[in-house]
Design a protein around this ligand. Structure first.
Ligand code: LLP
Length: 425
């Protein structure tokens, strides 16, 4: 994480901005993203793909971070977007990502969403079922449009990641079975309003177990493409999905070079352009969540560090038992003796726990900590549970920083609620 450094005086610094300064100005909890890290990671990924001799486009999986300024930074690096809802499609367009760089994935796109995507004339729709293909055909034909559709295939491989984020096994809801894919693709080619453009897969997220699962999935895809060609069906490109994991805890994680090599080795011979849909690898390490210590409390069995962020902000520990580094912003604190602590939020359930038995210094009210690697699946997964307003988001760029999403106000929290007339008398 070269965008983060610890200084004796300033404490933890992102690029050139002391995070304590942001915490003071903006308050906590607050998400902070490094524009420099986003750029560097986008370039590293694109660089690895071209160094492997691949013609590739990168479509940022904006489900992991849909902040307008983050998207703007990535768009300037030439990244497109992978969207999964009309909301994301609209935000991508608002960030200036051209429709011609947008791919729409998801098992349950509604008719309205498909109509909107066709009206916007996006680059590609990834269809996930035979049923959806009929739906897209009818809508597109009715609009007098042609939908560019790739078929998402479920390759039945085990990506060896958390069960809640595995997507490429046959029992998962995603894609069509590889054994049915050729027939469905042929059907697609025969339907009005559809131009079949290729095949797609995505086997899971936070993949750290090496390239074996990727290779297996892509090899199956390559075989399918050869079959389709034999049948005279047009295949213009292959969408390789996302999923590249990051080291949350200094565990070994695969590199973009390894992924590019796996793509090259399995799909290279087809001579087709490839697409990638990475989210976490680009944005995860680029962001932190700042939280202040409300108090430190001695329980019967544990020392509890109670912070002002909670599971409504950063859900990953509660939802996936995910591990996030926790670093005090003060260098003096960071250098103090460590002992185990439970780091918890104020929400009224035991699951609101960020870390158990974490080695941390003694912390006092008003100290601030950073939760690391919170740039992906952080703010986007937050809610207002316990009527807690959504936290602010901040972008750091060199020596500058700006609030890029205001903290939600209490007025906004009530916004939209209506009392029916019979309750008001
Ligand atoms: N493409 C498709 C079709 C996807 O479903 C996903 C993620 C991606 C790309 C991007 O995957 P990535 O490169 O970010 O791994 N909330 C979970 C992660 C859910 C991932 C869902 N799909 C978490 O916090 O770990």
């Amino acid at each position: 994480r070269p965008h983060l450094s610890l200084h004796a005086m300033d404490g933890l610094v992102m690029e050139e901005v002391p995070l304590a300064h942001i915490a003071r100005e903006v308050g906590t909890p607050a998400w902070v993203y490094s524009a420099g890290a986003l750029r560097r990671r986008a370039r590293a990924l694109k660089g690895a793909l071209s160094a492997a001799g691949l013609t590739a486009t990168v479509h940022f999986a904006m489900k992991c971070n849909d902040n307008l300024s983050v998207l703007k930074v990535l768009a300037a690096e030439g990244l497109g977007a992978d969207v999964v809802s009309e909301g994301e499609l609209r935000i991508a367009r608002a960030a200036g990502i051209p429709a011609s760089a947008i791919v729409f994935s998801g098992v349950g796109k509604t008719e309205d969403e498909i109509r909107h995507a066709l009206a916007e004339d996006i680059f590609q729709i990834n269809a996930e079922s035979a049923e959806e293909i009929e739906m897209i055909s009818a809508i597109a034909a009715g609009m007098g449009r042609t939908a560019r559709v790739a078929l998402r295939v479920n390759p039945d491989v085990d990506a060896k990641t958390h069960a809640k984020i595995t997507t490429g096994k046959s029992e998962n809801k995603f894609g069509v079975a590889i054994s049915d894919a050729a027939d469905i693709y042929a059907r697609m080619a025969s339907l009005p309003g559809i131009a079949p453009v290729g095949v797609a897969t995505h086997i899971g997220s936070q993949i750290t177990a090496g390239m074996a699962a990727y290779r297996a999935a892509y090899a199956r895809l390559a075989e399918l493409v050869r079959d389709l060609r034999v049948q005279g069906l047009p295949v213009e490109r292959v969408d390789c999905g996302g999923g590249l994991g990051i080291p949350y805890r200094d565990e070994p994680a695969p590199t973009p070079e390894a992924l590019a090599g796996a793509i090259r080795a399995t799909l290279g011979d087809l001579g087709l352009p490839v697409m990638l849909e990475p989210g976490r690898w680009i944005a995860g390490p680029a962001g932190v969540l700042l939280a202040s210590v409300v108090l430190q409390k001695r329980g019967a069995a544990h020392r509890f560090v109670v912070v002002d962020a909670a599971m409504n902000d950063l859900l990953r520990p509660a939802m996936y038992e995910a591990w996030h580094g926790i670093v005090p912003l003060s260098a003096a604190r960071a250098a103090s003796p460590l002992s185990p602590a439970e780091v918890v939020g104020p929400i009224c359930e035991t699951g609101d726990t960020f870390a158990r038995g974490r080695l941390l210094p003694e912390l006092v009210t008003g100290d601030t900590v950073a939760f690391l690697d919170a740039g992906a699946y952080g703010a986007v997964m937050s809610s207002t549970y316990n009527a807690r307003p959504l936290a602010a988001e901040v972008l750091v760029d060199g020596a500058r920083f700006a609030v890029v999403r205001e903290r939600q106000s209490y007025e906004e929290l009530l916004h939209g609620q209506r009392l029916p007339e019979w309750l008001t008398t």
